[in-house]
Design a protein around this ligand. Sequence first.
Ligand SMILES: Nc1nc2c(ncn2[C@@H]2O[C@H](COP(=O)(O)OP(=O)(O)O)[C@@H](O)[C@H]2O)c(=O)[nH]1
Ligand SMILES: [Mg+2]
Length: 510
Amino acid sequence: MAKITCGKCSHENQEARNFCEKCGAFLRVADFEKKVYEMPEVKMMRVVDNLLHVPHEPINWDDVTDAYSTKVERLDALFKIPGMGAENNSAVVQKLNDFLSLCRNPDFQIAFVGTIKTGKSTLINALLGKNYASMAVTPETAALTKFRSSLRDYVKVTFYTHNEWDKLWSSRTSKATEFMKEYEELQGDKHKGKWIGHAPIRKEMANEEIEEELKIWSSSKRAEHYFVKEIEVGISTLGKDFPPQVVFVDTPGLSDPVAYRSELTKEYIRRANAVFVCIDAQKIQSEEINTISSVFSFSSDDKRKVHIIATHWDVLNDPESDWAEQKSYLVKRLTGKAFFDTQAMAATNIMHSAAYIYNLCRDYDSLKKEERRPLKKFAVNFDYELPTDMRKLQKKTNVAEIMRVIRDNLAASYKRLLANEIKSKFMDITYNLNRTTKEKKDSMTGLLEASRASNADLDKKVQEQLKKCDAVKNSTEQLKAIIKQVKDKTDKRAEDICGKLRKKLNQAKK
Ligand SMILES: Nc1nc2c(ncn2[C@@H]2O[C@H](COP(=O)(O)OP(=O)(O)O)[C@@H](O)[C@H]2O)c(=O)[nH]1
Ligand SMILES: [Mg+2]
């Protein structure tokens, strides 16, 4: 088919088009007198043209979400046409982008936060079934690490851009003296040029190689780690129980001497679907309560997403009775305005863990004699015999219960939660767009009305669909029919307008 090349961005467009599908520029400049294409009618035609040809990225995991995202893709295209308001409203542009990325990447992110050495990595390793994240006794690095299920094993490293590094560097607080000392010792500046602004590195490898590869990028003994913004690990060997959409985020913590890095963690907490705050059961003091309180302050929209994990449970003098006492204190202390809404919610979301013991049980056969010692001590406490009572011992650590909460409570209700979130974000976007466009009193009104009418149509149907959430799969056909109906309506209206405009343009040409 013949193509028409855009004079502005050189994109090759279908011959039938009047406006570039890539940049929105008018394609037929040569056919018209200068400025004709700035006439309101032509602008409007451009809107219609764009609306009819917005490319759609299909969403496979949910039909209702697919319908919402089709709509938002069109609104996005409409809004980004020069003069339609996007230039002056970056907040709405951001919302549109966030919405589409939420529909396209339906990860369930669990952020693990807490001060250093509270056992975040140990717990993550217990849940992943193998020691991937470093649990070295020396303070480890600040790189944020994500773990996810994947067909192949891989490690992907992302580096700071120049702009991000400048912000990071100027955000060092007065507590950053140790950071500076180490940075100088490792001659960070010598390595900086190589890594800042470096393209992401993604390497596929055997599962056994992941741990070593992670050390290269996250060890505090190597200069590279300063410049790593994020590490993503894909793991092919997670148990079949492990929900594929769940992503664990091992965060560097909230009290980083480099404020920019704490900001990144905060951002993750805000965006995460669930937050697991790790605190050491041996020392639950004001610092821990402060950490928890700040996590709640970034999660005010949904306090249920906060979970408190008291780690090092095994090291309490009398784990069972000490923890019972501590938990009842925590439930009271963490219920109220700035914390959980009810004591029942607090009781459900505060859990204990002895992940270290769990991992020792898991690796028992390959442990050296001295490495088994802490496990033996723990077994004696409970009058258990090793290795006979291994399963009972492992159950005591509560890791399986934490995994059950993730799988049965969080991941299972995730689709419903996400559908609700997507719905409310969609409402928010249409509200914002309607408000913005209302202020624009020009020839676009008719078109916007049509677009609003079809929104209402779609919303009504989508809401009906959501009510019957489980029945959604079976009513795909019905939904498709609705979308078609909406589309036909829009197409017809657009055709009317286009027809009229073509006539006008032809007159202008003559
Ligand atoms: N006894 C015991 N030690 C733990 C537990 N969790 C973590 N640790 C130890 O605490 C130290 C710090 O753990 P790590 O997971 O690296 O903490 P992170 O800095 O929060 O990631 C390590 O030496 C772990 O072996 C636990 O539940 N019980
Ligand atoms: Mg760690």
